[in-house]
Every structure is written in structure tokens, then in C-alpha cells.
Design a protein. Sequence first.
Length: 266
Amino acid sequence: MPEGDTVWNTARVLHRALAGARLTGSDFRVPQLATTDLTGWTVRESASRGKHLLLRLAAPDEAQWTLHSHLRMDGAWRAYAPGERWSGRPAHLIRVVLRSPGAVAVGYHLHELALVPTVEEERLVGHLGPDLLGPDWDAAEAVRRLTAHPEQTIGEALLDQRNLAGVGNLYKCEVLFLRGVSPWTPVGAVPDLPGMAALAQRLLAANRGRWTQSTTGSLHRGQTSYVYGRRAQPCRRCGTAIRKQELGERVTYWCPVCQPEHAQPG
């Protein structure tokens, strides 16, 4: 699943390609928007909120609308020059095409695609916790939301977008390793939750603006993470084999020696 920084980067790509442009055509390939025509509409801006992408538009009558999409596990937006071959994904995965004089934006395998009045955006994203990459990031509010369910495992709590918006499986695993906390530790037993939230924000912010995500400081292949994607490889700190196991509906990676605060399964 794309992390918050990936969605942030995607929003910037669309903003650079379309912001200020009047659309010359649109093609929606989802039933709920199949007859929608955005020709003549102006793209005001592209923004992200956690893992949600918000393309804000102005209709010819100056009414303000938002095209909302969620990338989930496999969605993507690509921007092409007019006439350029669309090489992002197979054509049958295309859900929307937006054309302007200077660019064509193509959305592949998008989820929760909806066109709503901009004043109603909160209906779609208002449940989210503080956005780690948003201008209104509020660490104290994120910690308050995390501590509201002290019995939940910290691994599941970090992935719950209602607590803090933007953390995916990669950052969950890496933050917990760097803080020395087992993914199975109950939230109520985690020391220094403010420090954990601050670290998550710093890691996402450090990778904002680039597509190669690194928590180690290295951008070399095979050196970008401490535990994520490294099952059975030696821990970079202690040499113990990294483990991988399901946690809730997701898999988690951890070092059983460096993250010993709570009894490990199996």
C-alpha cells in the first residue's frame, strides 16, 4: 500500500501537470461517474490528506468541486505529455483520464473515486487523524488518539488512519524497530508515544519529494530499510535474523532481539 509520502508525491505530480489548466476532456471508466464530463472545468490544485488524493476543480459556473481518489494497495496516477504513450499500467485498469492542453493525467485502479462539492470534503476525509505531512500536523492529537485504545497492539494502532494519517506497513515496521518496540506491545505499555509519533513524522518528511523511500539514510538497493522486506536477513544492529509474521490483516517485520518489550508470537 502506498505510504503517505508516495501519495504526497503523486499529488505534486498532478499539481505540476494540471494546476491552472482548463480541461479539454475527461473520460471516467467507473459506473458512478460514467456520464460525467469535466470539459471546460479548471484544475485549481492537487493535494493529499494521508493516503487520500484530492484534485480540486472549478466548474464553468465557478462552483468548487473535488475529485477524490484513494490509491489503496495498487492505485496510481500518471501524468503524460499530449501524444505520449501511456505506459503506466494495462489499459483495462484505467479508471479516469483527464486531458488538458499541456498534459494528460491517467488514474489506474483507483478506489473510492468520487466527485463531491469541495465543502463536503470532510465527509470523505474528516475521520482521518492528523496528517503527518500536512501543514496542520498535530503530534499531541495523534498521541491522544493512539492512547484512546490502550489495549490495541501498537503495530495495528500505527496503521489505523483514524489515529494518524499516512503511516503504511513500511513506516510502521521501521518506526517500531528504531524505537525498540515489539509490534505486539499494547499501546498502553509503549514508552514515549510522543517520541514515536515525532519519529514517524520525520521519516515521512525526509522521503517527501523522492520516490525511493529510505529509513537508513542510504538510497542504494538493498540498504534502504532496517527490517521491512528483510525476512531472514541479519539485523543491521545485532545480526539476528529478521522475522516476518502476520499482525492483524498485514504482515510485520521485526527483530526479536532489538524489539523485546512484549512476548513474541510463535
